[in-house]
Design a protein around this ligand. Sequence first.
Ligand code: DLL
Length: 433
Amino acid sequence: MIHDIEYETMPREALEAIQLRRLQTTLQRVYATVPFYRKRFDDAGFNPADMKTLDDLRRVPFTTKQDLRDNYPFGLFAVPMDNVVRIHASSGTTGKPTVVGYTARDVTTWSELMARSLSAAGATRGDIIHNAYGYGLFTGGLGVHYGAERLGASVIPISGGNTKRQIMIMKDFGATILTCTPSYALHLAEVAEEVGVDFKDLKFKAGIFGAEPWSEKMRQEIEKKLNLDALDIYGLSEVIGPGVAVECLEAKAGLHIFEDHFIPEIIDPETGEVLPYGETGELVFTSITKEAFPVIRYRTRDITSLNPAPCICGRTHVRMNRVSGRTDDMLIIRGVNVFPSQIESVLMEIEGVEPHYQLVVDREGTLDMLTVMVEVGEKAFTDEIKGLQHLEKLIAKNIKEYLGVSAKVKLVEPKSIARSEGKAVRVIDNRKL
Ligand code: DLL
């Protein structure tokens, strides 16, 4: 289902003409209204009037998370507070949150993009959306909520938590679309089983899961356990929230970026050089329609690649592949670079292993020590100890073989790794404590 046929299927040339016009306006606006951008541009010898083609974007300086922190809380807003109708923030793991603002028109834009995202998963006015993303400063809850209302669907603003009650409500209200993090989706499945509810008896058609990295194997696991089509949605507060990019039900192969609102680039995180389509690097976004909090070449730290191939769904917007990790999530274990998602992929290949895991990194003397804690099913646990030892060895061997790092593997009992209602905590790095 394509919500905005005109914009979502616009021929490339027309789309790029719109992008250029919107980009020129945005750059001129931030130059005139945000002292930070004016100085940045001046220092780099860039004048927004020089913006003649989309390629000229490469001459514009990047913006980083640190720049946002330095201008905490409202320093990068491009409109007076009188025009700001909403404020969100992302918590981050340390220090002050990143604060973002929206004008009334920004909220409408965002709702529209979320309506597009829900439609991409097949949602219509007739659907009931069980929205278990957290409501609050986090953009997930309210983002989905406004999109669902704009679409005309019925939204249940359940937020996260109180999982048993959620199961009862899904069943009684007959929800057809589920929205939450992929890790919470798995937790819902687990609790449903505990209380004797089978997802096969529920009415869900599709789920739109995001806010954290997940793998293709995890998709299969979720689809099997929840009996629905599981689609990936991507976004970040700085850019707008959820609804920056979404997968379509037709292809389920990469997330269409709403390019009439955001211009994506992939750069080499070391050199800042722009990489061609298909190459993997750090995703960078420039917003071209936002009013309150425009971002210019914002470095997301998310790692992915772009795919310009036409999609069977008819959308012409470029697709980003699944985010494989973040530049700041990368663990360096005895000099070897490892992303949690790579470990997840290895784990999910092995029979009997559950999709609940945590990586603990310690230092023994001067050496880094990686411990992979992973749950195994009831059955494996009641099997003989020998079986468990064999499984531990197999996992360690595969991690060594595929990723080149030695890990201690610790199989743990079902449900012993803490469940999260929002983003799962996959890594505990004791070296940093
Ligand atoms: O997580 C917005 C969101 C809400 C997206 C609900 C999707 C669904 P932040 O809290 O600012 O915003 O976190 C943004 O989360 O830079 C990525 O590292 C990660 N992330 C978000 N979506 C995905 C995804 C929301 N589909 C940060 N796959 C981003 C992988 C994701 N990582």
